[in-house]
Design a protein around this ligand. Sequence first.
Ligand SMILES: [Zn+2]
Length: 380
Amino acid sequence: MGKSLRLTRIRNIDVKVHPTFLLALLWAVYYWGYAAGHGAQGVLFGVFVLIAAFVSVVGHELAHGFIAMRLGLKVHDITLLPIGGVARIEYVSLTPRQEIAIALAGPFLNLIVAGLLSPVLIGVMIVRDFPDAGSAFLVLQETGFSALIAYLWLVNVMLALFNLLPAFPMDGGRVMRAAFSILWGRFRATQIAVGMGQALALSLIIGGFLLRDVSLPLVAIFVLVAAYVEARMIHLETSMRTLPVGQFVLWDLGGVQPDSPLNYALRGGVRDVAVTVNGTVVGMLWQEAVHPLLNSASKLRVRDVMDSDVLTMDIDSSVYEVHRQMLTTGRPAIPITEGGIYRGIFTSDRLIHVHRYLQTGKSPGERYRAFVDALGLAGR
Ligand SMILES: [Zn+2]
């Protein structure tokens, strides 16, 4: 999503729009200006409907974001795609209840908006003297205020209903995953939710074929890709939980001593390195702290620059636990100890080795099998 255009920033959350969103604009111009035969007025109306839909989607994603922020998570940004929005929330394990609260916030906001618009819509129906609720749909063929209110109402109802479908990557799928994870664990629950997502994608493709609607298969592709990404992530998480960190630590000559001159300590290059005394970790030398001092490195000792706030983890911890600790504390490296004695350092660079380890030793057949497993297609 690197090429997305930043529109605004709301409570520290960047709201961005992906270039492909222009496709939705072109479609709106085509649909209301040309296909519906309203000309220039239709084009203007289409743009208004698109803005209304756009604001509804941003509201939906912001609702997820605000609840996540309340629960202490970092929300990076919200990106609008032609088929919906994506909120990038920093990934940290949540309790099922927290996950459900974040997932329900989006559809809940759309239901509130639709609820608030309902009296306005009913008012319009009364003023316009529509005989029954069914004929109110005729207003959707117009290009005025009534139609705009009707579209705004419809977009919010659809956003709520579609997102509540119990399938990944919809919010309903997240709610279902969280509820099932209490019974069967997160991995199995994800497989079920991903499987439901694939069933949904399949029915969208069939539906698109039967209704001759191109937009349904497009949504299906989005559903499949998002479900695949989520399945990969949970697969990786499950693998990382079973791998002991000891296998991936870097000995790094046992760290550096506090009394060493800084330039001697950094002879192997500027890096995050543990400061030890007789095998006990007494601090960290962060490359971030060292960089601005490189010119005077010959006059300084390690103890002048080191961070004596010590945080170590045991060698039996899983890679997952250590990685999580790094995320929550914001530390790029954590010294690993065995019975209190320094055994090596685990840095964020080491994660590449973990990923590589999880990939190697697999034949194409096994990789395919892992892929199928990750997608939750295996009939177990
Ligand atoms: Zn949502």
